[in-house]
Design a binder for this molecule. Sequence first.
Ligand SMILES: [Fe+2]
Length: 313
Amino acid sequence: MKEKRDEYSDAVKNLPNPGLGLGLRSKHFSYILERNPAVDWFEVISENFMDSAGRPRHVLRQLAERYPVVMHGVSLSIGSTDPLNRQYLTKLKSLAEEVKPLWISDHLCWTGVNSLNTHDLLPVVLNEESLKHICSRINQIQDFLERPVVFENPSTYLTFKQSTIAEWDFLRYMTEETGCGLLLDVNNVYVSGFNNDFDPVHYIDQLPHDKIVQMHIAGHQHCGTHIIDTHDRNVVQDVWKLFAQAWQLTGGVATLLEWDSNIPDFEAYQAELLKAKQYMSSLPLVADEPEKPDQNIEAVSNPVDFLVSDFKW
Ligand SMILES: [Fe+2]
């Protein structure tokens, strides 16, 4: 077990930094295939391709020939008490063998029980029992996939009374027990910090920075009393500042801008991503613009369902 953990941990340390990436969205597919835009890499939602054959897989193969690709999943359900879904894992492994992603990622969450998928990234209780349960499942999954898996911190809206371990420590223990990597979603830290009253700067400070393989940045909706992780607008200044902090602490890792609703045209999406460059140096940051609450009650958080259904062919 220790040998395997060390093997995965070493593999995580040797993962490359491909640069600044974008999520692959069907709206942009013709543009990408026709113009080959200068994007460092693409992140694809694994579930959009696992059950598809023919044209979707053919198009993904074309993309993978031109760009580095990372597979990002939303249904591993690492925190569930359901048995591991071997059928899902078999499809995931098969897709990875075909696409050859730089790495495979998913979330520290659960998405359902009794074989039902809620299509939402639900928070887990963070205590010793759940840590043991989740690490055991990560070990089994990594052995099945024969590679380390990278786990993302979720955006959350509540804290369980039963939780006894801070999320940043929980993530650290996960890496120590399994050799897995981490995907730091800076916007999720900001959203969860506001909703659960913790300091996002302290959160990022406490993470094991050498285990962070990738970062996510995204827009959110500030509702005054709470923040919803909507992925439907530009990144706010406070999240960019957290990104700058994380960039310094990690020494710079692959970074991706998530945008899953109200998706702009490709040029605008890419322009928002490229703002990251001004936060990747130690130069002074641009002037602060305080965030104004937005009272639109139509917001949807953790948009997994339409993420998966984004691919209409
Ligand atoms: Fe994310």
